[in-house]
Design a protein around this ligand. Sequence first.
Ligand SMILES: Cc1ncc(COP(=O)(O)O)c(C=O)c1O
Length: 397
Amino acid sequence: MPGNHTAIMPTYGRLPVTFSHGQGAVLYDVDGHAYLDGVSGIAVTNLGHNHPRVTAAVAGQAARLVHTSNLFHIELQESVASILSDATGMENMFFCNSGTEASEAAIKLARRFGHQKGIERPQIIVLEGAFHGRTLGALSATGNAKIRAGFGPLLDGFLRVPANDLNAIHGLGTQLHDVVAIMVEPIQGEGGIRPLDLDYLNGIRTLCSNRDWLLIFDEVQTGNGRCGSIYLCEQLGIDPDVLLTAKGLGNGLPIGVCMARGVAAQQLGPGDHGSTYGGNPLCCAAALAVLTTLKEDNLLEQAETLRASLLAGLEHTLQDPSLVADIRGRGLMIGIQPNVATDQIVQRGLDRRLLLNIAGGDTIRVLPPLVMSEEQAAELGAGIAGILNDIAAQEAA
Ligand SMILES: Cc1ncc(COP(=O)(O)O)c(C=O)c1O
């Protein structure tokens, strides 16, 4: 029966709307209603829906060749790798299908690095509030205890410390002898759009260099133009040893990458890791179209311009500035932490035909497509303010 999803395992609490098509920053439901997209499929459709270059690349490639396996050279994979390498300074990369798989590749790579150095039980430092995925390795690295609960035994080999606290790392004491890597998201996404302090990031970079640890940046959510640069590490001026991405790279086609440089690039050889689909011609055609469009259409600059329009729309419509406790993030990765309850915000967004999301329990996560117009961005900001005004009025009544 249409709309009755009883055969689907209920791992997601689904909203009561089904989309049939999309164009740019707008999604249309099966009844023809238009919704302004403030989530981009959770930071995936950074170029919006039905982007002409991505659509043409995917359709053209589907008609030529979809899949061969990694037993053969894949020209499109090599082209994507070469663009990523030029953009990031990373020397080589492993292609997979998702962010969680990119995390898994990095965990294996870091453990191998430890074993090569004679460390039998390698430890990776990870942060409270972090999210790296839901497969067992990535889940074990994830900071949110609620997400980990009920799936033990999880992997050991992770040392969890509070974010933005260098002393907490020094406080690990004797365990530090077995550390091989620190894995962080430069802005914690699922955790509520919480940026790590630049001083802290510089501090862990220095610590990793001095101690011969790998610095792993998880840019699954912050990457691919979302924060105003291809990867946020470039803006921050920090060179990780391992850089992970996925989400926006394929604009909806499943692709993830674990990139490495220096000693990290020398850890995995033939037979050490693999993926049947990883980096297949179809997904790489999408990624190539995404990377070239991000560059040629100046979409990276757009992220800051649109952020300003959105926040101006918010500010002008908000009846009381104290309704917003904090605004965080960079570019079009925006966290708006309200001073009102967040439990009705997504539904009230739907009522106004705006797609919104809550992250970290207390923060509106706004991740619009980079192709949104300034008017649409302002409308989205004003819509969010309208929701907060309404909730505040209801709470006051
Ligand atoms: C920072 C980060 N890492 C990893 C993941 C997992 O990615 P995926 O859902 O593609 O497996 C996510 C997903 O939200 C993420 O935000």
